[in-house]
Design a protein around this ligand. Structure first.
Ligand SMILES: [Ca+2]
Ligand SMILES: [Ca+2]
Length: 228
């Protein structure tokens, strides 16, 4: 139940009031009556893989899923509606939108555990990659997901498999080129037994990461680019 509440909360946050003067959008479905903004967000997420945004009228309960926006064009949003927007997240393969503060992510969260190589392969097969923590917001999101959803140590998309001590994010960017520093736990990375080349975020040490043996069985999170 806690899990469901958490997901509902995050979903709701994915639809933020937008300045409609910067967007135009085209309806991709007829307006339908829903009970709440959250239900409208669900309609967009679950019933339309190409849904980019919604209009929702608190007064009438009318919910309209939208596609295609063109920044800096004239608005078409009816003035009595509140216009919410989000990036697009194709939910095929179990992906969902998650957002905290300014970061919005299209994520798949594993329900079972596996080693780093398999986790990476699962993400790649889903046309995505292991979750990368390249900003404070993404670290905050990851921390909440570990605390409330995976509830155990979770792989992140960072490793020094190619060259010892040279950490590279899954998209190939060397960690030292990213302005947000790797949030290592105290004393990490220690390359224990000369055999730790993959990186986990621990359940008890949520805001910090640790290098660990790649054959450990952990949960993982895949991220896909948000389409806007
Ligand atoms: Ca290492
Ligand atoms: Ca370590």
């Amino acid at each position: 139940m806690l899990f469901l509440l958490f997901i509902a909360e995050l979903q709701l946050r994915t639809f933020r009031p937008a300045n409609s003067s910067y967007y135009t959008a085209r309806a991709i479905g007829m307006p339908q009556q829903v009970a709440s903004l959250l239900d409208c967000a669900r309609v967009c997420n679950n019933e339309y893989s190409d849904c980019f945004s919604i209009t929702f009228s608190i007064k009438s309960g009318a919910c309209t899923p939208l596609i295609a926006y063109h920044p800096k064009s004239s608005p078409v949003t009816p003035s009595e509606d509140v216009f919410y927007h989000t990036g697009r997240c194709n939910t095929t393969g179990g992906f969902q939108l998650y957002m905290i503060e300014s970061v919005i992510q299209c994520l798949y969260i594993s329900t079972d555990v596996t080693n780093f190589t398999s986790a990476r392969a699962v993400c790649q097969a889903k046309d995505s990659r292991l979750f990368q923590i390249k900003s404070r917001d993404k670290l905050n999101l990851m921390r909440q997901l570990v605390e409330s959803v995976t509830r155990m140590s979770t792989w992140i998309g960072l490793s020094d498999l190619l060259r010892e001590g040279r950490y590279v994010w899954e998209d190939g960017e060397p960690a030292e080129k990213v302005s947000f520093p790797i949030p290592w736990n105290v004393g990490q990375p220690d390359n224990l037994w000369n055999n730790e080349d993959c990186v986990e975020i621990g359940y008890t040490t949520k805001q910090f990461v640790n290098d660990i043996n790649c054959s450990m069985l952990l949960k993982f999170i895949c991220e896909k680019d948000i389409l806007s």
